[in-house]
Design a protein around this ligand. Structure first.
Ligand code: FAD
Ligand code: DLZ
Ligand code: SF4
Length: 506
């Protein structure tokens, strides 16, 4: 007999490891401190994973599977996945472990290097196999999402008319850059009341991880496939129609806008990417949602989501240690809840603490941008993102953080860094209206810190970026400024970096 290991983000009934299981094989699931604590996970994230794991184990048992489930507070809990496998192999006499490929090199290494024979099966919940990604990447000088995405549209047939994209264009992003306005009828994601199983997990998490950054209450995530499907229906009916228009916007007090908040369900296996996209396509075909919304959403899922996974596995285990820009400063204390006068950062971190969620533009253009401009060590930035977001698993988090946001991979994920001054935030949000800083000022005590830090970043990385055609205008603008002005801006940037270093409030 064999042990079928199901990890906390593998809660799919059609998982390759479960398909492989035969009579007599035993499913092993384990809540372990090693996984919960290797970064200081947000309590909501741990509660989501443990509650969903417990519900999934119950479903498997109802389907007739034998499941050995270890709770975190089991006095004999070995504390690590490998420790639990060894214990269960000892108890059952199992000679082999079957597992679907984990989404993190660290976990793969632990399984491969352990004393038990482990067979790793491909994770075919993704639409692009790692072999197909290799074949696509082979021989390309650079990887660009747009080309990969077109292949994925052809491959899945989603929003295709023969071999042409529906609506005559592959990409309707041009229509997706509107500012958001307050809308009392914007419903936000579907919320679920915790049942007895989830409440028990919450008590455990409060007792063990209550001191970590992040609020456990209120806990409203769905924790079963049934709930995830209801969340999907709710998104399609209420938020999808406006998804495209305000995809890049940020708005004070509106934490979700028209975003789906489905990544938490997709990433732990409660929803499959294809079913989600097929439902979105069907809503568009039925005339319920505009083409820019449906295309924009599908691009994120079959494009970006699959693209970053391909890159994570192609680039290898050292990806998370990359630091192409040589940034080595500490992550500012504001990220862990310390005081800040920057309204955009305060709002982004506060909502992250409350919800274990921030939408893409907040992650990229607020917390990501400030960390980049402040020269923070990308390893520390990576740890923060992995810890604080409920949807964060390394295969998706690392390429987004180290690649897209921090340019630590030197341009594998994106061709230029997402660096921006306050002007961008002001254009896409209303944060600056209530900020202590003046977004228009570049120097002086009231100047938005992003302004001098932006030019400081541009200046200090001149050698790397000046030849990048996508940054040519930026360098022309910088070099056109009178020298005295440039000197003043750089001095202000230096002063802010020093204040961050000494822990002063910025
Ligand atoms: P929506 O805006 O509703 O988008 C729909 C779906 O598209 C998402 O559920 C997600 O599955 C997919 N998607 C959208 N953008 C991306 C992307 N860039 N990469 C992969 N999938 C994408 N996403 C994660 O799932 N986990 C992470 O740990 C994560 N870390 C990130 C870190 C940084 C620095 C940045 C800039 C982005 C990160 N993202 C991550 C991508 C993106 O921000 C989230 O997928 C998105 O905010 C999830 O919220 P949503 O479900 O409401 O997304
Ligand atoms: C993130 C996480 C946490 C917090 N806890 C567990 C756990 O107790 N047991 C488990 O099987 N998995 C957990 N996970 C997910 C893993 O740490 C890891 O990130 C993924 O399995 C990689 O795909
Ligand atoms: Fe953020 Fe600058 Fe705007 Fe303040 S003024 S909210 S710091 S961009």
């Amino acid at each position: 007999m064999r042990l079928i290991l199901v990890l906390g983000d593998q809660l799919s009934h059609d998982l390759s490891a479960l398909r492989e299981a035969g009579p007599g094989d035993v499913v092993v699931m384990a809540e372990v401190a090693g996984e919960a604590e290797y970064v200081p996970h947000h309590p909501k994230k741990i509660a989501l994973i443990f509650a969903a794991m417990r519900h999934f184990a119950d479903e498997l048992r109802k389907l007739g599977r034998e499941v050995i489930y270890t709770r975190l507070d089991d006095p004999d809990n070995a504390g690590t996945i490998m420790g639990e496998l060894l214990r269960r192999a000892d108890e059952t006499g199992a000679g082999e472990v079957i597992v679907t490929q984990p989404g993190e090199w660290r976990v793969i290494a632990a399984l491969e290097e352990g004393p038990l024979p482990v067979r790793i099966l491909p994770d075919d919940r993704f639409l692009c196999s790692l072999q197909d990604f290799e074949a696509w990447a082979e021989g390309r000088r650079e990887f660009r999402l747009e080309w990969f995405y077109r292949e994925m549209r052809r491959k899945t047939g989603l929003m295709m008319e023969g071999d042409k994209p529906a609506g005559g264009k592959w990409n309707f992003d041009h229509d997706n850059r509107k500012r958001a306005t307050h809308d009392l009828f914007r419903p936000g994601p579907m919320r679920f009341a915790p049942d007895a199983v989830t409440r028990e997990v919450m008590d455990l998490v409060a007792a063990r991880f209550g001191d970590s950054f992040g609020d456990l209450h209120p806990f409203w995530f769905g924790v079963t496939r049934g709930e995830a499907l209801r969340a999907l229906n709710h998104f399609i009916a209420h938020a999808l129609p406006g998804f495209g228009d305000v995809q890049d916007a940020m708005l004070t007090g509106d934490r979700f806008l028209n975003h789906s908040v489905l990544s938490i369900y997709l990433n732990i296996g409660l929803l499959s990417p294809l079913e989600v996209c097929q439902r979105v396509e069907a809503a568009w075909k039925a005339g319920d949602v505009p083409i820019n919304a449906a295309e924009g959403f599908i691009r994120q899922v079959i494009g970006w989501r699959e693209f970053v996974r391909g890159i994570y596995f192609r680039e290898g285990p050292d990806y998370v240690a990359r630091n192409a820009l040589g940034h080595d400063r500490a992550l500012p204390a504001a990220y862990w809840g310390g005081e800040t006068r920057m309204e955009c950062l305060r709002a982004g971190v506060e909502q992250t603490r409350d919800e274990a969620y921030a939408h893409h533009i907040q992650r990229l253009m607020v917390t990501g941008n400030f960390a980049l401009l402040a020269g923070a060590d990308p390893g520390a930035v990576h740890e923060w993102y992995l810890a604080v977001y409920a949807d964060a698993f390394e295969w998706v988090e690392a390429p987004n953080t180290l690649g897209m946001s921090q340019f630590a991979d030197g341009g594998v994920v994106g061709s230029k860094p997402y660096a921006a001054s306050g002007n961008y935030i002001n254009r896409m949000s209303d944060y600056c209206r209530s900020c202590a800083y003046d977004v228009k000022a570049r120097t002086g005590p009231g100047a938005c810190p992003l302004n001098p830090l932006y030019w400081h970043f541009i200046d200090r990385h001149r050698a790397r970026f000046v030849g990048n055609p996508r940054m040519a205008t930026v360098y022309r603008n910088w070099e056109r400024m009178p020298e005295a002005r440039r000197t003043a801006i750089l001095a202000q940037g230096e002063a802010i970096l020093r204040r961050l270093e000494t822990g002063e409030v910025v």
